[in-house]
Design a protein around this ligand. Sequence first.
Ligand code: SF4
Length: 380
Amino acid sequence: QCVQACPVGALTEMDYKYPVWRMLNDPAKTVVVQTAPAVRVAIGEEFGMAPGSVSTGKMVAALRKLGFDKVFDTDFAADLTIMEETTELIERVKSGENLPILTSCCPGWVKFLEHQFPDLIYMPSTAKSPQQMFGAIAKSYYAEKIGVRPEDLIVVSVMPCLAKKYEASREEFSHNGVPDVDIVISTRELADMIREAGIQFSQLEDQEYDSPLGESTGAAVIFGATGGVLEAALRTAADWLAGQDLQEIDFTAVRGIRGIKEATVNIAGIELHVAICSGLGNARKLLNKIQRGEADYQAIEIMACPGGCLNGGGQPYHHGHGQILSKRLEALYRDDKNAPIRKSHQNPSIRKLYAEFLGEPGSHFAHKLLHTHYIARSKK
Ligand code: SF4
């Protein structure tokens, strides 16, 4: 079912609320939900809360009231993405091959690269996005733990992003015909479901995520802002290379909503030239510069939406009020600052996942489950 998203009806937005209601009412299915980092700092706006409110606890409570069997956090999988992506970053920097490494969390940007820059297809990290890593782990590790067949476990994602609906449908993200992620709804669709159920969102008492796929760090929550994925990776890379628990973990040079940022960061004595870019027009400029041989970056983060996922196409409308985006951005970094653990590799549930199931970051099994490939497509 589609709802009109364009005044002349030329474009429609896919509406997946009804498949979610159907699954929640099917007693044969176990239905779990994951919520992306940027959703928690924006959903409150749909219920009259001030921009920049962090509504994580109320959102978790609302999802339980809607009937989800478990409420989990995409932030857990963002920490997992950092484990795999940082392993790849360090390998590529040490070998000097296939540089720069490009982050690959954003399906809008990945599709753009596949069509517009097929000659650079070797650059993106092969690590799956947090949404897809979550689905892969839920349908293997977690399904096994609770004794449910992968086909009877339904994974619903709440994303700030409409391109995530497309990402979940890519055929490389299914195994034996079972998709890793079954249904993706946007922040706005979740708000509609909460209203349809008559839940008074702002009156809800805060609740915690379920375990074990609900534990996360400050590094994961900043994935919602442009520059956040790269900063999270730098925190882990610095600790791993130094062999220490470093105290200086705020890489402020990569922060802010500017469309293109460049910085030189020192991690454990290694100087890395990095770039952070949001908006596809800016991505084109940056990639053209690389093609002309005018740049020597080692790592680049690109997000399709200007400002990153906090400004995703599935978020509450801000009608051009830039202040709303700044408030969401501040909220993400505040959440990071207040987190008891701020580095992905220190997440206890992630450590347990590797010890019990995956082996080492970058292991053969981790590659099979958590990595993907990209397709050089024609510009047509
Ligand atoms: Fe989706 Fe935009 Fe975030 Fe990319 S930047 S993942 S398109 S919300």
